[in-house]
Design a protein around this ligand. Structure first.
Ligand SMILES: Cc1cc2nc3c(=O)[nH]c(=O)nc-3n(C[C@H](O)[C@H](O)[C@H](O)COP(=O)(O)OP(=O)(O)OC[C@H]3O[C@@H](n4cnc5c(N)ncnc54)[C@H](O)[C@@H]3O)c2cc1C
Length: 388
């Protein structure tokens, strides 16, 4: 594709911002269309970057692991561009549990992954009480596994840094709902209101809304929203900026909490006494609401895991729609001539999103991406609007 080509991006979350940044940085003409829907996942995301604990070793895991590995390079580039992002910090992760068997298995799995993913850092089994030494509100009876490479990022902050860096490299940001403009089976650009913008390639990176946008092409993409409610509290005076991420598993009592992913609760700190606890996983469509059931589950879970949060002040509950696919695997690739799709990172989009954005940028200019993305082909599970 010629350097003078134009790429239109539909979406305004972390994936779209990363695509815009990578394209604009290499001199491609970029238009970004963003509709500011309520429930943008990037704004609600907790910000945990620690993909290595999963027992699964599939293409999705490898995308997230590559995403975690990519962060330091990306942050160095943003700093070079005068747009450093201060929200990322490699604070480490403590995985806590009451099950020694679970913790032993996890430590073994993490160590076996280090040759392929040295970013995991030091792995250490912590005796009961030691996790609370690192994250003081935690239940002192809990043991854990320390993962030195665990990190956290503020989704809003990194999205804004990427978008600002993209515009400083010449990308144009246009507010409003956009649709794919196509005629006679050919993608021609983007329609926004009554305006028509031509482009050589359109990239749809609109999170949970991606399926709706692509419907006009006559195919139905298997992607939709999964609601997540997440609570922010404040512990005045606490040095929370350095606290590690806390992941939890196999803790009796938390698994039965209503409307809340009690199997995998998590906690993390941000500077200024802020502590975040999440999250619900709910299949309720695009219903943007903080519910009594969701909040009750979250708060009960938070106190069970970290009794020291009892005196914390409630700040806010955020609600976001994770972009989830039917088979759990992201969508990344060409859907049509002139149309690339990049979405579906589910619960790991703040981890994988910037890297997915880099790969989508390569695709948008006709280059072979720097990773095997065969498993993410968006055509793998499309059904035609006619019902095929
Ligand atoms: C509660 C919660 C906790 C999470 N925690 C983590 C975590 O700890 N770690 C992690 O890695 N991930 C986490 N995630 C997942 C992560 O936040 C998402 O996967 C990621 O932010 C998705 O980014 P995205 O850019 O694909 O979509 P979004 O951020 O949802 O952005 C989609 C954008 O598309 C725009 N749009 C929609 N339709 C149109 C249109 N027609 N025209 C123009 N623009 C349009 C919307 O306005 C929106 O700006 C969490 C998510 C939630 C909800």
């Amino acid at each position: 594709m010629a350097a003078s080509s134009r790429v239109a991006i539909v979406g305004g979350g972390i994936v779209a911002a990363s695509i815009a940044y990578h394209l604009a940085r290499r001199g491609v003409s970029v238009l970004v269309f963003e509709s500011a829907e309520v429930g943008r996942a990037t704004d609600a995301g907790a910000g945990i970057i620690c993909p290595w604990t999963t027992a699964v070793d599939d293409a999705r895991y490898r995308l997230s692991a590559a995403g975690a590995a990519y962060y330091p390079r990306l942050l160095a580039q943003l700093a070079e561009d005068g747009r450093p992002d201060p929200s990322y910090a490699r604070v480490g992760t403590v995985y806590v549990s009451t099950s020694d068997e679970l913790l032993g298995g996890l430590a073994g799995r993490l160590r076996s992954r280090i040759p392929d993913a040295p970013e995991i850092g030091a792995v250490e089994v912590l005796a009961a009480g030691q996790p609370a030494g690192r994250f003081p509100p935690l239940d002192a009876a809990l043991g854990g596994v320390w993962i030195g490479g665990g990190a956290r990022v503020d989704g809003r902050s990194i999205r804004d840094s990427l978008m600002r860096a993209a515009t400083s490299h010449g990308a144009s940001l246009i507010s409003g709902t956009a649709a794919v403009d196509q005629a006679a089976g050919r993608v021609r650009g983007v329609l926004a209101g009554s305006d028509r913008f031509t482009a050589d390639t359109v990239v749809v990176a609109a999170g949970a809304w991606t399926g709706k946008i692509c419907e006009c092409l006559g195919s139905s993409l298997p992607i939709g929203p999964q609601r997540g409610q997440i609570v922010h509290v404040e512990l005045p005076g606490a040095d929370t900026g350095h606290w590690p991420v806390v992941l939890a598993g196999g803790i009796e009592g938390t698994a039965t909490l209503a409307g809340f992913d009690g199997d995998h609760p998590y906690l993390l700190g941000f500077p200024g006494g802020r502590v975040v606890f999440g999250a619900t996983t709910e299949d309720v469509g695009f219903e943007h609401a903080v519910t009594v059931r969701g909040l009750a589950g979250l708060l009960t879970g938070a106190i069970a895991l970290a009794p020291g949060l009892g005196q914390a002040r409630l700040l806010e509950t955020r609600v976001g729609f994770r972009p989830v696919t039917a088979d759990g695997s992201p969508l990344l690739g060409r859907l049509d001539d002139g149309l690339v799709v990049a979405a579906g990172n589910g619960p790991e989009g703040l981890t994988a999103g910037p890297w997915m954005g880099k790969l989508a940028a390569d695709l948008a200019v006709g280059e072979r991406p720097d990773a095997d993305i065969t498993a993410f082909d968006p055509r793998r599970a499309t059904t035609s609007a006619a019902g095929g």
